[in-house]
Design a protein around this ligand. Structure first.
Ligand code: HEM
Length: 388
């Protein structure tokens, strides 16, 4: 059965035939039930992401009503991801420069250490343990970069998992309340600054850039863990799904682990963890020949764009050696993900670790976590059939 709509597609077992149909249709289509315009082609999505009148939040609702006035709302309102204009530009420059200055070889080493320690704790490759391992790993790595000590990481990872629920429209009132408590605690924990850490570097660069709002700086440090959490876990999970679906690839990577980096990049194109994002139209504009009005919302199907043959020839084929691969799943333009290289480095280390383990498609199954935009596999042990 195809997905019910473009939002349900994010967590559908195989949304790609549905995306293919959209790619073959008009540049923008209106879904009257969702009350959203849908964009699937790479060039149209890029045009919208570059458009100054297409913004990341509805002007009348800077913070979702459900969390307005709570600690989660306080953090949300200050996130670089959720702002435009001067507030966005300054914070974005500081955060982008600090992330670009990271030593990715050291990140890879730290990720490998965390992968081993979490494996010893969770016990791979049991299905449930695998899900917890890949959810914890990226948050542990980024929390460690920000300055949290090993003993604090389990608590911080739980708090981040609670906090990110405030970013989802599917969360219950109870989850939103826990998200708020978590936001408050994370803001408190993030007050401390250790020299030589990513948090310290962000603060130093903020001072140089004249960014003096310490609450906003702390909110954005918390935001870095939140932005990491599901998106990077989803990338690692979708890599595992690809290896389970194509055991030949697993054998190839085992024979030549140098290919793991290219493999992770191709998964980020072929089956990305962030499937869609939104833009809100502030003034009358024309996009791809269509008139959009203030109040219109456009759903940008990043995952469909990765399969757009005009951006990636032979888009439906999984190619390790793909020349000039275009990744749509990390966004584009002024809000493009500044954590892309970090996320790819963490995921590469994670998959290198898994190469030594028994990943057997007969023993592991998966479903996708309910989500309006993320594709996050949840693994389980398949019942082993009795031998006759
Ligand atoms: C596989 C993992 C990741 C994916 C797929 C991903 C994807 C994205 C996407 C699509 C956006 C843009 C959203 C939009 O324009 O509507 C974004 C923004 C952002 N990401 Fe990532 N991300 C990942 C990991 C990370 C990591 C590890 C960090 C940092 C530690 C990070 C930090 C950010 C920040 C700060 C923004 C907001 C940028 C801005 O608004 O200027 N992300 N990410």
């Amino acid at each position: 059965m195809p997905p019910l709509n473009a939002i349900a597609a994010a967590s559908h077992a195989d949304p790609y035939p549905y995306y293919r149909e959209l790619l073959a249709g008009p540049a923008l289509v209106f879904d009257p039930d969702l009350r959203l315009w849908i964009a699937s082609r790479a060039a149209v999505i890029e045009e919208i992401m570059e458009h100054p009148q297409c913004v990341v939040r509805p002007p009348a609702e800077a913070v979702p009503q459900a969390i307005a006035g709570s600690s989660a709302g306080t953090v949300f309102a200050r996130l670089v991801r959720m702002n435009e204009g001067a507030v966005h530009a300054c914070a974005r420059r500081v955060i982008g420069q600090a992330l670009a200055a990271l030593d990715l070889a050291a990140v890879a080493e730290r990720s490998a250490q965390c992968a081993r320690a979490l494996d010893a704790h969770h016990g791979l490759p049991d299905g449930t343990a695998l899900t917890r391992w890949l959810c914890d790993l990226p948050t542990y790595v980024v929390a460690g970069l920000l300055g949290f000590g090993d003993a604090e990481l389990p608590q911080v990872a739980l708090l981040v998992a609670d906090f990110v629920r405030c970013l989802s429209p599917l969360s219950t009132a109870q989850q939103l309340a826990s998200a708020s408590t978590a936001a408050h605690t994370l803001m408190e924990l993030m007050q401390a600054s250790t020299p030589g850490t990513l948090a310290d570097d962000v603060r130093r660069r903020a001072a140089q850039a004249g960014w003096e709002d310490s609450d906003a700086i702390i909110a954005n440090l918390v935001g870095l863990m939140a932005q990491t959490h599901e998106a990077t876990a989803g990338l690692i999970g979708n890599c595992v799904v690809t290896l389970l679906r194509q055991p030949g690839l697993l054998a190839r990577l085992r024979a030549d682990p140098q290919l793991v980096g290219a493999f992770v990049h191709e998964v980020a194109r072929y089956d990305p963890s962030v499937q869609n994002t939104r833009r809100f139209v502030t003034h009358p504009i024309s996009v791809a020949g269509m008139a959009l009005q203030p109040g219109d919302t456009v759903l940008l199907l990043l995952a469909a764009a990765g399969r757009d043959a005009s951006a990636n020839p032979q888009a439906e084929v999984f190619l390790l050696e793909r020349p000039e691969r275009q990744l749509s799943g990390f966004g584009h333009g002024r809000h493009a993900c500044p954590g892309q290289d970090l996320a790819l480095a963490i995921a590469t280390s994670a998959i290198e670790h898994l190469l030594d383990l028994q990943l057997d498609p007969a023993l592991l199954g998966w479903t996708y976590a309910p989500s309006a935009n993320a594709r996050l596999p949840q693994f389980f042990n398949s019942p082993v059939k009795e031998r006759p």
